[in-house]
Design a protein around this ligand. Structure first.
Ligand SMILES: Cc1ncc(COP(=O)(O)O)c(C=O)c1O
Length: 373
């Protein structure tokens, strides 16, 4: 698995949560398609590579457990989720439930709708981490009322890897006629589930995170009965068309990046979703259980398999969040990411399938050295 990637030999990359590298087969396909495109762009891109879009839609739909007619191909999660946020028909006074821990791009898109259309944003603000699904779900459910039109749920909170009980929140919303949008940027191809398990109407994800597809790939899901009423972000004729392809009127774009996704799916299926989830959880468990007992260390993430997988965020009492991040890079050449968002201040560590336990031994040793400093 390690040899399937081209991981840097000069740093240990433990920020796979930001964006994942692609395995060699994906990199090579992307380069091959790129070279081909430049031999005669309009011929190879539009007449050859673009023919791969429908088969790709079908394969992604299989991974997601939905109908291909509900899948659109985009360039990242932001594009997919903002297509939905800006495409919904909302009027002044309509209420949207979201959380203080949602991703900033999505929060900003909702704020723009608030400013332009007079919708009202209502904020869930759970105490994290939590392993209490009833509590977590209730922080959303308590905010639902007759004016609520949609609830926006981030499946895995990127700041600390917290998995939210999407299904419980979605069931309560659907029972009240409220629509559900899931930000699955961090959950898709990370741990096992299918989109219908979430009972949502809309879903957006990056494919360059956990699927390890080329950088610049994303996927949108819109439940079939919602396509006609959701506007596309880029004009398409007619906007009310009941065809998922209306969300793909993006103009000329790097088809070579999109098409290499086929190889990422091959790679993902070769590992197997169950094995991948188990390995990612194991790697997180491997390093966290060796540092958890440090007295000044705070674990800012849940560590049980129901509420976490690969991602964990830690902090130290009385030390600034970026002090540990700098120490890990300067002393051990380990790349992580400092988190400073709402009530979460710490360092987020995210291994991937190519991370070795030897890499993590170095992380553990560096954290212990930091504690003694
Ligand atoms: C929860 C969440 N949503 C959305 C995004 C945006 O993803 P992208 O940069 O692929 O658009 C991220 C990126 O880290 C994320 O963590």
């Amino acid at each position: 698995m390690q040899q399937a990637y081209t991981a840097s030999s000069s740093i240990i990359n433990l920020n796979n949560g930001g964006v994942s590298p692609s395995p060699i087969i994906v990199q090579e396909a992307m380069k091959r398609y790129h070279d081909l495109s430049n031999e005669a762009p309009s011929y190879y891109m539009w007449r050859q590579l673009d023919m791969g879009r429908e088969p790709l839609r079908k394969r992604l739909a299989e991974v997601a457990g939905v109908d291909p007619e509900e899948i659109a191909l985009h360039r990242n999660a932001t594009e997919s989720l903002e297509t939905i946020i800006f495409g919904l028909k909302l009027k002044a006074g309509d209420e949207i439930i979201l959380s203080k821990y949602d991703y900033p791009n999505m929060i900003n898109a909702w704020k723009q709708r608030e400013e332009r259309d007079g919708i009202k944003l209502v904020w869930a603000d759970p105490e994290l981490p939590s392993t209490d699904d009833t509590y977590l779900a209730q922080t959303y459910i308590d905010l639902m009322n007759g004016r609520t039109k949609l609830v926006h749920i981030t499946h895995i909170i990127n700041w600390n890897g917290q998995i939210l009980p999407v299904r419980t929140i979605a069931d309560a919303a659907q029972a009240k006629g409220i629509e559900v949008l899931v930000d699955g940027a961090h959950s898709f191809a990370h741990f096992q589930y299918k989109i219908p398990d979430l009972n949502c109407h809309y879903f957006g994800t990056s494919l360059h995170k956990w699927l390890s597809a080329s950088i610049g790939t994303g996927m949108m899901y819109v439940r079939k009965d919602k396509i006609a009423s959701l506007y596309p972000l880029f004009g398409s004729e007619p906007a009310s068309k009941n065809d998922i392809r209306k969300y793909e009127a993006l103009g000329t774009r790097p088809f070579f990046i999109e098409q290499a996704t086929q190889k990422a799916i091959d790679f993902f299926e070769m590992i197997g979703a169950e094995r991948k989830e188990k390995r990612l959880f194991y790697l997180k468990e491997y390093w966290t259980e060796q540092v958890r007992d440090i007295p000044e260390l705070n674990m800012l993430s849940p560590i049980n398999p129901e509420h976490s997988c690969a991602i964990a965020t830690i902090s130290f009492n009385d030390r600034k969040h970026d002090e540990l991040e700098s120490f890990l890079m300067d002393q051990a050449r380990i790349h992580t990411v400092g988190i400073n968002w709402h009530r979460i201040q710490g360092v987020r560590v995210t291994p991937n399938v190519y991370t070795s336990t030897k890499n993590l031994d170095r992380l553990v040793e560096a954290i212990h050295s930091f504690a003694k400093k």
